[in-house]
Design a protein around this ligand. Structure first.
Ligand SMILES: [Zn+2]
Length: 325
């Protein structure tokens, strides 16, 4: 468990023991903050038939046993008293919420509680949000609804006001780095560590191994592209299919600029990626990202293609300039 989640774990454990756990909990925080990790811990605790208490120098909280019938069913995703609501095509519709309400009206099969987990709660349609509001207004004694969001502003204020809000705030700067390195996570974290700098937008690639792998692949592909290798279609696919890729494009360019600045003294004039070129690229990318964010998925492909072509033009122009010098 990430160190900044422990206080929430302890509070929820106390509320659980005293039977005063809220019926609706909204977990809010940036991507990578550990919202899902905290929610899953709570769902497991609420389902378990023999919760254990953990008491050591770091924490004092409750934990599911991991081997009772409920724990095993939950692990195999067949536990009848828990429901995961998943957004389809970035939108959670009213049918899903109706299904959830019907689920809550039945009595629990095995456990004391029925739990619902709504990830990406900000993707609820207006109709879905209104349907959920009704459910939240008439909570049943044995139900706990957990909503997760990385954009609380997108939720109806009436929904937020009916939930107990847990704001997940990861540590920043050096403290975050120490935490991440304590988890013995390899790869990008170490690179960032050496720079002694980290910011919260980098959390997903620092705390999630799959996302970190995707980040490394993207970085390799982008740098190869900058060096003239024919990886245009790969780059385009990653920009289209990975939600983080646009941010990475910007971030990697900034990092290249930084490296260029640090090594300016030593830099050879033969380097393809001159400071001037990187500045131009950065401007092009910032503009491209702005446009892409304002477009719908249908137009995203066109704008991404254009962005890649512009990057290629900028590189070509800088090489011609260099030859003329
Ligand atoms: Zn158990």
């Amino acid at each position: 468990m990430k160190s900044w989640l422990i206080e929430h774990q302890q509070l929820l454990s106390q509320q659980f023991s005293r039977n005063i756990l809220p019926h609706a909990i909204l977990v809010s925080g940036v991507t990578g903050a550990g919202k899902l990790e905290l929610a899953q811990w709570l769902v497991h605790l609420l389902s378990c038939q023999q919760p254990q208490s953990i008491n050591n120098t770091v924490t004092k909280h409750l934990q599911s046993c991991g081997h009772c019938k409920s724990c095993l069913l939950l692990k195999s995703k067949t536990y009848p008293d828990h429901l995961n609501l998943v957004a389809e095509k970035n939108s959670l519709g009213v049918d899903s919420i109706r299904h959830a309400s019907a689920f809550l009206q039945k009595t629990a099969h095995l456990g004391k509680f029925k739990t619902i987990l709504i990830a990406h709660a900000q993707t609820m349609t207006l109709a879905a949000a209104n349907a959920l509001l009704k459910t939240l207004e008439e909570p049943s004694d044995d139900s706990v609804i957990i909503l997760l969001t990385n954009d609380i502003e997108m939720l109806l204020p009436t929904i937020v006001s009916r939930c107990r809000v847990l704001n997940i705030r990861p540590n920043v700067g050096q403290t975050l780095l120490t935490d991440i390195s304590a988890q013995k996570f390899s790869g990008e974290a170490h690179t960032v560590m050496n720079n002694g700098f980290v910011n919260l937008t980098q959390l997903p690639e620092l705390t999630d191994k799959t996302i970190n792998k995707a980040f490394q692949d993207f970085k390799t592909c982008y740098i190869n592209y900058l060096h003239g290798q024919p990886v245009e279609s790969q780059l385009l696919q990653q920009l289209l299919n990975n939600d983080h890729a646009l941010r990475w494009l910007e971030q990697i360019t900034v990092n290249l600029q930084r490296e260029q600045f640090v090594t300016l003294e030593k830099a050879s004039s033969q380097s393809i990626l001159s400071a001037e070129l990187l500045n131009k690229l950065y401007k092009v990318i910032i503009n491209g990202c702005k446009v892409i964010k304002s477009y719908t998925q249908a137009n995203k492909q066109f704008v991404c293609q254009q962005l890649i072509m512009t990057i290629s033009d900028v590189i070509e122009a800088s090489q011609i300039n260099k030859q003329e010098c």
